[in-house]
Write a protein that binds this ligand. Structure first.
Ligand code: ZN
Length: 398
């Protein structure tokens, strides 16, 4: 039930085959001399005169580092090569070979608009590939190099009961576990990881708890630094999005409806939709991997009749009154105020009314902020649900 995508993990081979690299390969050929000078500057090693930034894939022996580029044609988007195995061939810029490693790294930042890059410490040494990548990115590709995170692992502090990962940890060790950075980045937006890292300034590893403490950090980031994601995505707090993706039950077009009902602007164009999809992917992955059970819920499409038999007459009466007051277009604050008004008008403790609302919708006595939850649902659905809940007969022992 992931929203059609998980966080995008690009495979280099697929990126080359899809043509995403064609422009950066052209640029690399055209500016070969400058790149070769950067590599010499940074590494202190001489680069041979026939060096080319491209490694053709030999179509006879299948190796990728055995051929020498003998020429290229920018318009035809292909390079010509001779391989150690004796084969001479043509390598397309679309999947026929790859940029050499240091050039490839910088080119990938540009293509994927990478803003944060975790990598092993060996690459971070002076004269290492991050240094050359940084210069190639800015001087050749006119792209600001991403924020570097030169370490291998992040040490996760977890406690039993916080998501499935925590249970695994609790069994193997009581101190927590090391998780590769790329795995964390499946559930945590990169801005947030960067924020964590800047705050703690780690030398070897950082300790962080990816469950509730992470969510507080995200709240803080959004409050003090800014929204995560561009357009409408950036306006929806991550914590609120956790509610919205669960209401959408894994369906992206449903999610867009839920977002609109919640009072956000209609996302316009592919780019805004892609931003929402990306942020929703983080929210879903975080819920699956790290969220405590208290933040998870399932919207009940069928009324949970048996559980609702336990509601008191006061609770049912309040739900009936609430149903009468429902109108289209109520926002979270309207809902919040209305619940308090109805509770006081019907002589019921507010928390008892909240409990009844959550039971009727989620089959559990607590849930996300009620205003958010209710504003994101259709008024007709809510009216039906509360009216039906109010009519359920109390269960009596014979
Ligand atoms: Zn060959």
């Amino acid at each position: 039930d992931v929203l059609e995508i998980e966080v995008e993990i690009y495979k280099a081979d697929e990126m080359y085959k899809s043509g995403m690299y064609v422009n950066v390969i052209k640029e690399a050929f055209l500016r070969r001399d400058e790149i070769s000078r950067i590599l010499e500057d940074v590494s202190g090693r001489q680069v041979s005169e026939d060096w080319m930034p491209f490694n053709p894939l030999c179509d006879a022996c299948g190796r990728i580092t055995s051929a020498i580029v003998t020429g290229y044609d920018i318009d035809k988007e292909e390079a010509y090569y001779e391989c150690e195995c004796g084969n001479k061939g043509v390598a397309s810029f679309t999947g026929g070979g790859k940029l050499t490693w240091r050039v490839d790294w910088a080119a990938r930042w540009k293509i994927l608009e990478v803003t944060i890059e975790p990598f092993g410490k060996d690459h971070a040494a002076p004269g290492g590939s991050f240094d050359s990548g940084k210069r190639i990115a800015t001087e050749i590709y006119n792209f600001e190099a991403p924020y570097p995170i030169p370490f291998e692992h992040i040490h996760l502090k977890t406690q039993a009961g916080e998501g499935k990962k925590a249970k695994v940890t609790a069994m193997s060790s009581s101190k927590g576990t090391n998780i590769p950075v790329h795995e964390i980045l499946e559930a945590v937006p990169p801005e947030i990881l960067k924020h964590v890292i800047v705050r703690v300034r780690p030398d070897k590893h950082i300790d962080f708890n990816p469950a509730l403490p992470l969510l507080y950090l995200i709240d803080e980031y959004e409050r003090e630094i800014g929204g995560i994601g561009r357009g409408v995505a950036g306006e929806i707090p991550f914590r609120h999005l956790l509610t919205l993706v669960q209401i959408a039950r894994g369906d992206f077009s449903n999610l867009i409806e839920v977002i609109k009902r919640s009072g956000y602007a209609t996302p316009e164009g592919e780019e805004e939709l892609a931003e929402i999809r990306k942020k929703a992917g983080y929210a879903e992955n975080w819920l699956q991997t790290y969220a405590p059970p208290s933040l998870k819920f399932e919207l009940q499409l069928e009324i949970p009749t048996e559980e609702l038999r336990k509601l008191s007459e006061l609770q049912k009466n309040a739900l009936a009154i609430l149903a009468q007051k429902i109108q289209d277009g109520l926002n979270a604050e309207d809902w919040h105020n209305m619940i308090y008004d109805v509770a006081s008008a019907t002589n019921i403790e507010t928390k008892e009314l909240f409990k009844a609302i959550y039971m009727a919708l989620l089959k559990k006595p607590s849930g996300p902020r009620a205003g958010w939850l209710l504003a994101s649902l259709e008024s007709e659905f809510l009216r039906d649900r509360f009216e039906s809940a109010a009519e359920i007969e109390e269960w009596k022992e014979e």
